[in-house]
Design a protein around this ligand. Structure first.
Ligand SMILES: Nc1ncnc2c1ncn2[C@@H]1O[C@H](COP(=O)(O)OP(=O)(O)OP(=O)(O)O)[C@@H](O)[C@H]1O
Ligand SMILES: [Mg+2]
Length: 284
């Protein structure tokens, strides 16, 4: 009987999702709710994506997957196409060729805000913050998951919002008064705020573009710990990083890019031993 009710519940969710998806209404909360009810497993499937900028081949038929509850890392030398891959997924630049599926749904070419709405939250290599907004304002905007809530958030205090802001700031270890303007933060603190903003947005995938680049060793360790902690709570994470050592103890699976091509993939151990990686990436 219990199983029958569960099956009916799942079928209703699937139907509900199909209808919402048909009208382009599917959002991060639907996705999270469905994940919670076991209706689907989050799965981002990138199929043979290519991107050229004029004569430059930034991505050449790259296929990779982000699976629920896993940390995947994308490594490779400068200019190998790592950020372009994130930009194509979030449709900041359009994919020249190839397809992107979010839990089997084709999301190729969806508007940037729609991609964010279905729950793909990301940080940028060059932190993007609003100079004239405080830490608290950044997080309030991020926590607002619809335009209506966004407008409302400027006029009313949302219940539990202050607690959530405090919780996120504690998690990323940003120890500054919430009234501090982002322009008053150091480089490392800006990186932490960028991470806090990505975490605050309703999401089912976090994509982090070099979260520890230019960061001192102490803070690197701290960010390593934060990413591990997020993953322990069940978050699915994709991280771009140059430093193979950093991702070795962090990622479950690693993709290696070189000149826009995927030259290797596997567990950290497999990738570390891969001859092509040693030659192309480590120059050995
Ligand atoms: N908007 C753009 N217009 C023109 N060329 C671009 C653009 N974005 C990226 N490229 C080019 O595409 C290639 C891949 O760049 P990308 O930024 O993806 O590399 P990356 O692996 O992230 O490098 P890095 O490690 O330095 O961040 C580079 O040759 C870069 O100059
Ligand atoms: Mg980059």
């Amino acid at each position: 009987m219990k199983n029958k009710i569960l099956r009916i519940k799942k079928s209703l969710y699937v139907l509900h999702t199909k209808v919402r998806s048909l009208f382009g209404l599917l959002d991060a909360q639907d996705a999270n709710s469905m994940l919670k009810h076991g209706v689907f497993a989050m799965h981002l499937d990138i199929k043979k994506v290519s991107k050229n900028f004029g004569g430059i081949v930034a991505l050449d038929k790259c296929s990779l997957e982000i699976k629920e509850g896993k940390i995947i890392a994308i490594i490779g030398p400068n200019g190998s196409g790592k950020s372009t891959l994130f930009n194509v997924i979030s449709n900041i630049v359009s994919a020249g060729k190839g397809k992107i599926y979010f839990s089997k749904e084709d999301i190729t070419g969806r508007e940037e805000h729609e991609i964010a709405k279905i729950g793909i939250s990301r940080t940028f290599q060059e932190v993007r913050l609003f100079k004239n907004l405080t830490i608290e304002e950044h997080l309030k905007v991020a926590l607002s998951d619809s335009d209506y809530k966004l407008i409302k958030s400027f006029f009313y205090r949302q219940p539990n919002e202050d607690d959530r802001i405090k919780e996120i700031l504690e998690m990323v270890g940003l120890k500054k008064p919430v009234s501090t303007l982002s322009s008053e933060l150091s480089y490392g603190q800006k990186k932490l705020l960028g991470l806090a903003v990505a975490i605050a947005k309703p999401h089912s995938i976090l994509m982090l573009d070099e979260p520890v680049a230019g960061i001192n060793p102490e803070l690197r360790k701290e960010i390593f710990r934060i990413i591990k902690e997020l993953n322990n709570k069940g978050e699915s994470i994709a991280i771009i990083e140059h430093d193979m050592n950093f991702v070795m103890n962090l990622a479950h699976y690693i993709y290696v890019l070189d000149s826009g091509r995927l030259i290797a993939e596997g567990t950290p151990r497999e990738v570390q031993k891969n001859k092509r990686v040693l030659e192309a990436y480590l120059g050995k």
